[in-house]
Design a protein around this ligand. Structure first.
Ligand SMILES: Nc1ncnc2c1ncn2[C@@H]1O[C@H](COP(=O)(O)OP(=O)(O)O)[C@@H](O)[C@H]1O
Ligand SMILES: [Mg+2]
Length: 370
């Protein structure tokens, strides 16, 4: 007789932990521990009871269980992520409803930490590692964009870092929770799901057009990814104010800061980042493939040939303005000094005239007569 599942060895037993949800997941999954609690969902480490394979399970928080829109958003996240296959995008395997009708999704367990935690621990990434991470994430996003999905929530907490066979860090992009479909029909549906303001991006990494709630496309991810890489290289995001409004204002009007020269960030890498951080999406790269192509050139040692960036143009403009003011100032000072000299010279003439005038009476006929 064939063995039934109940005859198989059970390799994973549930732990008795107070904060593990009581709603029933399919029998094969055992929740091991809670790893994160976000705005809409909680993430648990789980194991297949029979094979021991590890998964991450995201469950919609029970308070949203009766929120139709939140449930649809959650399903949209699952559908979006399941449509993607890329070595740097965390695989989502399954989506379903628990017995208590709570939506959940099952994804690969990433054995590692988020970029956010890593920077908190190590302060910043070595340049080589940051470039590698930049390439991998750009490649993952290029794939998502080809599938007409814009992530819209790139931040260090959504880049999980694991290790490859050679021990090098490898990105796994997670959280398509507020992804936007550029597909006309899906897009309309997704727009309706985010209309309530229930879901927002993260201001620190948000593009200017996203902050203005304008239409966005893949170029918003190009901007946000550059903010994340700036953060990875320096330990500080490029735009950070004391309040959300200050931070957003900086995204809208402030030029990105310089890299500290002591970090020795290669100038071509800086160019890629600054071009991606252009305020106007039309001044950025058009596609993530273009970013990737420049990153490839960078690693191959081929120098980049960019048009001047707006921050350079601004600098040239302000230097020119300074030069014009300096020249005008110089000319004015020169003119004044010439004027003064003339005046003083003329003043001498005047006294001469006065002398002449004083002398005049001696030549006056009446004087002669007397
Ligand atoms: N597949 C995974 N493997 C391991 N940890 C994960 C995984 N997915 C998410 N996490 C952890 O959970 C956190 C939140 O996950 P995320 O999908 O971003 O949910 P949220 O919508 O709450 O932001 C991540 O920052 C990461 O620390
Ligand atoms: Mg997240």
């Amino acid at each position: 007789m064939d063995p039934t599942l109940s005859d198989l060895d059970v390799v994973a037993q549930p732990r008795q932990q107070a904060d593990l949800p009581t709603h029933q997941l399919p029998n094969q999954y055992v929740l091991m521990e809670k790893v994160s609690e976000g705005g809409m969902g909680s993430i648990y480490k789980a194991q297949n009871r029979f094979t021991g394979a590890e998964f991450a399970i995201k469950l919609l928080r029970p308070e949203f269980a009766n929120d139709e829109r939140a449930a649809q958003r959650f399903a949209f996240e699952a559908k979006s992520a399941m449509s993607l296959r890329h070595p740097n995008i965390c695989r989502v395997h399954d989506f379903g409803l628990t017995e208590a009708k709570v939506p959940y999704l099952v994804m690969d367990w990433v054995n590692g930490i988020s970029l956010g935690s890593k920077i908190l621990r190590d302060r910043r990434l070595p340049i080589k590692e940051a470039i590698r991470l930049y390439q991998q994430t750009a490649s993952a996003l290029a794939h998502a964009h080809q599938s007409k999905l814009v992530h819209r929530d790139l931040k260090p907490e959504n880049l999980m870092l694991s290790r490859d066979a050679e021990g090098r860090s490898e990105v796994q992009l997670v959280d398509f929770g507020i992804a936007k479909s550029l597909d006309a029909e899906d897009g309309l549906q997704a727009a309706a799901l985010t209309k309530t303001g229930l879901i927002v991006g993260t201001p620190v990494y948000m593009s200017p057009e996203q902050a203005r709630a304008e239409q966005v496309d893949g170029r918003t991810d190009i901007y946000s990814l550059a903010c994340v890489i700036f953060f990875a290289l320096t330990g500080r995001p490029p735009f950070l104010g004391p309040t959300v409004v200050d931070t957003i204002t900086k995204h809208l009007i402030e030029a990105p800061p310089d890299f500290n020269p002591s970090l020795k960030v290669p100038s071509d890498l800086q160019k890629i980042i600054y071009k991606s951080l252009e305020k106007d999406p039309c001044q950025r790269y058009n596609t993530m493939e273009e970013v990737l192509a420049d990153l490839m050139k960078l690693t191959a040692g081929v120098s980049l040939n960019h048009k001047p960036l707006s921050r350079d143009r601004q600098r040239v403009r302000s230097r020119l303005t300074l030069l014009v003011w300096f020249t005008l100032g110089f000319i004015t000072m020169y003119a004044i000094s010439i004027g003064l000299q003339t005046l003083m010279g003329d003043g001498g003439g005047d006294s001469g005239l006065t002398k002449n005038n004083k002398a005049a009476p001696t030549n006056h006929p009446s004087t002669k007569r007397s």
